[in-house]
Design a protein around this ligand. Structure first.
Ligand SMILES: NC(=O)c1ccc[n+]([C@@H]2O[C@H](COP(=O)([O-])OP(=O)(O)OC[C@H]3O[C@@H](n4cnc5c(N)ncnc54)[C@H](OP(=O)(O)O)[C@@H]3O)[C@@H](O)[C@H]2O)c1
Length: 288
């Protein structure tokens, strides 16, 4: 019988990439857990209802599942309660492996909910791999897309701090490798990074070099908060994000862990390659 892997958050940046790579492995049966029936591009994949806000949905979703790929979506009302119930349900349903998409552990990431979920997983007794990926390049083509296309501006306050950028496609590739090499990485927490630490000035310089109009960054905090509201973030999320950004400025860690290369044997995508791949998504809406 095929090994059943449950993918949560199929439509998240990372969920799509895990699906893309896992779909290439015919020895695995993909089960997608989400709130609505998706139009799956793979005949053999199965859909099951899962809502992290609806604890009653968990048990049925998990029947026969061996491995869970877990993300934390936004808008979960009580993260600790939902995820502790979900992990308990994993245990009672006989799930033997969890791969959790967390965030890169900076000095101050304890304020993020991922930290709590990591603790729940480590305590659960289920074998796990926690993947702590850095900042997805795909934020340029999702979170910042509209302002790059319409205003040629990234509304982010002046922060000269460099951060590490990774292609979520690389993260998906690494995660699928981890599913198949699980025993080599069992019960480990793996930082996953690209090869480049860049600040927003450097990123907009690359966008300017490749797009027909100059792209700038920099915004006052007021403009930044306004742009976050426009993107649909709630007050609580905005406060947490602003606090996290302020704290992160005090974290000067610049080391790069070459785990992507170690796990997949490939070099991570460079930012310029990512931009070239996504030129049509970033070109000005009005190119006059
Ligand atoms: N963004 C980054 O730079 C970054 C970097 C490193 C790690 N990560 C991690 O990667 C993961 C994904 O992040 P993201 O920003 O791409 O996620 P996201 O956009 O917040 O996730 C959206 C996904 O979650 C599903 N979802 C939403 N509410 C749900 C609910 N109540 N029950 C079940 N499913 C629900 C959505 O399904 P629908 O289709 O139904 O809406 C969609 O598939 C997170 O764990 C995040 O922390 C992100």
């Amino acid at each position: 019988m095929k090994n059943k892997v449950l993918i949560t958050g199929l439509n998240s940046i990372i969920g799509k990439e895990v699906f893309r790579y896992l779909a290439r492995h015919t020895q695995t049966k993909i089960v997608v857990g989400q709130r609505h029936d998706p139009d799956l591009p793979l005949q053999d994949a199965e859909y099951r209802y899962l809502d992290f806000n609806d604890v009653k949905s968990f048990q049925e979703t998990l029947i026969g599942i061996e491995t869970v790929f877990l993300i934390i979506p936004r808008h979960i009302h009580q993260i600790e309660h939902s995820f502790s119930s979900f992990i308990d349900a994993c245990k009672s349903s006989g799930v033997s492996r969890i791969i959790f998409s967390s965030v890169y552990r900076g000095k101050f990431s304890v304020i993020l909910p991922h930290h709590k979920v990591e603790k729940l997983i480590r305590k659960s007794g289920i074998d796990y791999v926690i993947v702590q990926a850095t900042y997805f390049m795909q934020n340029l083509t999702t979170f910042f897309k509209r302002e790059i296309q319409e205003d040629q501006k990234i509304a982010i306050p002046h922060l000269s701090r460099k951060m590490n950028w990774i292609d979520a496609r690389n993260v998906g590739d690494a995660i699928v490798n981890l599913i198949y090499k699980f025993d080599d990485y069992k019960n480990q927490t793996i930082p996953l990074m690209g090869n480049e630490n860049k600040n927003f000035m450097e990123v907009t310089a690359k966008l300017t070099a490749t797009l027909p109009k100059d792209v700038v960054y920099n915004a006052t905090f007021k403009e930044f908060v306004k742009s976050l509201k426009r993107k649909g973030l709630e007050y609580k999320e905005i406060s947490l994000l602003v606090l996290f950004m302020m704290l992160e400025r005090l974290d000067y860690k610049t080391e790069i862990h070459p785990n992507y290369e170690k796990i997949t044997g490939k070099k991570p995508t460079r930012l310029i390659e990512f931009i070239m791949r996504h030129l049509p998504d970033l070109e000005p809406a009005n190119n006059e």
